[in-house]
Design a protein around this ligand. Structure first.
Ligand code: PBG
Length: 323
């Protein structure tokens, strides 16, 4: 036999030489939840994750950073008393996210801090955009407030802003707003292909941010579509995005591959709360080998072409290489 592919699999040493994809702490982004007060609460819908106090957040980020994680993304749990139909509190310079960014950048200046630009944690309707009386999501009015939110994140010291709202035209508008105020070095990680996914359920439980009425299908993408992601990617590139994102990750590996092949921008992918929870719950039941499934899920996302992965497993995985 001329070719025996098994020769390249004969030992761990040889397999290591032939590996096409790797996971490294450099590729991982750690999503972290933050809340007011002094408590670090377990999140019921996401076992193993916490809503951190400001102090707890800085401690957790420092531990992750010491293990080699270089980027985190922040999600705030906003007090229901502060949620309004206009989501005005998202732009407060002394808001929870803004104080968290400032604290992280003071304590851990080399850690890249990414913020989520969207209205849902602040909007009493639970939508990523402003809701008209007839239930429609208002695009251009939302983009105006997203620009102010992104500016406020930039003022607090964010390295990267990540619009996750899926409004049309928001990347260009946010880029212009940042540049006008002198924030030419603040990057934009666009949620380019964010699908209207049932996999976000546990996350909405963590932040109490589920839509009060309707769904997100008029702005997030239809899970049936891939070509549409190319169109979104082309617009984001034209409008000045620095990095693209596909979300969720596991069920959309084809979309990650499509963008990686067709765009010269780096592609990130978000292994979302539902993907996390399925692994956690199957492992808790003793039905799967947890560590092996985590590794395989992340390798699949890297193999598809993602340069960075947002994953709730980031800190744990970074720890695998540091006993
Ligand atoms: C909202 C946002 C969501 C997630 C990140 N940003 C939820 C949504 O769109 O409803 C989900 C992340 C996850 O499920 O882990 N702007």
């Amino acid at each position: 036999m001329l070719s025996r592919p098994r020769r390249n699999r004969k030992s761990a040493a040889v397999r290591g030489l032939c590996r096409e994809s790797q996971i490294s702490s450099q590729n991982l982004i750690y999503p972290l939840f933050v809340q007011e007060g002094a408590r670090d609460d377990e999140i019921a819908s996401m076992p193993g994750c916490r809503r951190w106090s400001l102090d707890g957040l800085v401690r957790e980020a420092a531990e992750a950073h010491a293990l080699g994680i270089n980027a985190i993304v922040l999600f705030p749990a906003i007090d229901s008393a502060l949620k309004t139909p206009g989501a005005e509190r998202c732009c407060d310079d002394d808001g929870l996210v803004q104080r968290a960014v400032a604290a992280l950048k003071t304590e851990l200046p080399e850690l890249a801090v990414i913020t989520d630009v969207a209205l849902d944690p602040y909007n009493s309707d639970g939508h990523d955009g402003l809701v008209a009386p007839d239930g429609r999501i208002l695009n251009d009015e939302t983009v105006d407030i997203l620009c102010r939110q992104a500016l406020s994140h930039a003022r607090s010291g964010a390295d990267i802003v990540a619009p996750s709202d899926m409004m049309d035209g928001r990347i260009g508008a946010i880029r212009a707003a940042l540049d006008d105020e002198g924030f030419t070095e603040v990057s934009i990680l666009s949620y380019t292909a964010k699908y209207a996914s049932a996999y976000y359920g546990p996350f909405r439980g963590a932040l109490d941010s589920a839509p009060k009425a309707g769904d997100k299908k008029t702005y997030q993408m239809d899970p049936a579509n891939a070509a549409e992601a190319l169109r979104e990617a082309a617009l984001d590139a034209e409008e000045g995005a620095d990095m693209l994102m596909v979300k969720p990750a596991g069920p959309y590996l084809d979309v990650i591959a499509l963008l990686a092949e067709n765009s010269d921008l780096p592609v990130a992918a978000y292994q979302v709360s539902g993907e996390y929870l399925m692994i956690q719950s199957a492992a808790a039941a003793g039905w799967i080998n947890r560590i092996a499934v985590i590794e395989e899920s992340l390798l699949g996302i890297r193999r598809a072409g993602a340069s960075a992965i947002l994953t709730y497993f980031a800190k744990e995985v970074a720890g695998w290489w540091r006993p």
